[in-house]
Design a protein around this ligand. Structure first.
Ligand code: SAH
Length: 260
């Protein structure tokens, strides 16, 4: 730990698999004095990746907040003020629903130098882990990533239903009934495919495939729970070899386009 003011590095840790952490993330960890990590950030081998660091779990369980956002920001700033290189390790990318920009602002306001290292976002990688591409020539030329943390407004649902392409929803398990009903109310087809990928890149990874009309029932039957990424769109039909689990679920649901 050096004398004088330290610094903060906000690090995107990717979707949970160590091989999807960036070289920049690993370098920052190797140099860290303090690591503040989240539940969704890869943390199994942190003691080896950040050998000099004090490791602090600031992870939040759904509906349960061990340390408030403000508390995390204060911890970060206090350690940096004491001269530490603080790594704030977050799941996915720090700027995708990760409150990363709030933490950057907190550092700037405190006069602490801060750097952001982007990460592989779950919005793209978790669908990929189930073999689902977000774009495909002739099928989808756009994808929209939304937070399902709070229910979408009627206006948002209307625009999303009209936009087409691929819709990716993070934090969307509990608002899924609202989303599925809302999109259909605004004209989305009931047979539009939906995939729900739970716990991507973990041993408990599970993919459920359904349609907009049936997804609420199917998700209940499958006991779907957070964290999960939802994908709504025709690209779900393209899930293919290389991601055995998605391909198998889809084959049994007769949704799979072979050799697509
Ligand atoms: N900054 C993160 C997202 C934070 S919001 C990122 O870029 O990935 C947290 C949500 O991300 C979860 O509720 C879930 O929807 C999604 N998520 C993150 N990691 C995941 C994983 N390994 N498997 C499934 N969903 C994941």
């Amino acid at each position: 730990m050096s004398a004088g003011v330290g610094r903060v590095t906000l690090v995107g840790g990717g979707p949970g698999a160590e091989h999807l952490m960036t070289v920049g993330a690993l370098r920052a960890l190797a140099d860290a004095d303090v690591v503040l990590y989240d539940r969704l950030a890869p943390h199994e081998r942190l003691a080896e990746l950040a050998p000099r660091a004090t490791l602090i779990n600031v992870g939040k369980l759904p509906g349960h907040h061990p340390i408030s956002q403000r508390g995390i920001e204060l911890l970060m700033v206090d350690h940096a003020r004491a001269g530490a290189h603080v790594v704030r390790l977050k799941g996915g990318d720090p700027y995708v629903f990760g409150r990363g920009s709030e933490e950057v602002i907190a550092c700037r306001e405190a006069g602490i130098p801060v750097e952001v290292i982007p990460g592989v976002t779950s919005a793209i990688s978790v669908p990929a882990s189930a073999g689902i591409p977000l774009t495909h020539r002739g099928v989808s030329r756009l994808f929209t990533v939304v937070s399902g943390h709070a229910p979408l407004s009627e206006e948002e649902l209307e625009h999303l239903a009209g936009l087409g392409g691929t819709l990716v929803v993070l934090m969307g398990v509990s608002s899924l009934p609202h989303l599925a009903a809302g999109l259909q109310r605004h004209g989305a087809a009931g047979d539009l495919p939906v995939a729900i990928i739970e716990r991507g890149y973990s041993r408990q990874q599970k993919t459920t495939v359904s349609s907009l009309a049936d997804v609420v029932t199917d998700a209940t039957l499958a006991g779907v729970s957070a964290p999960a990424v939802l994908v709504v769109g025709e690209v779900v039909r393209l899930a293919h070899a290389g991601a055995q689990d998605a391909a198998e679920v889809m084959r049994s649901a007769e949704l799979l386009v072979e050799n697509a």
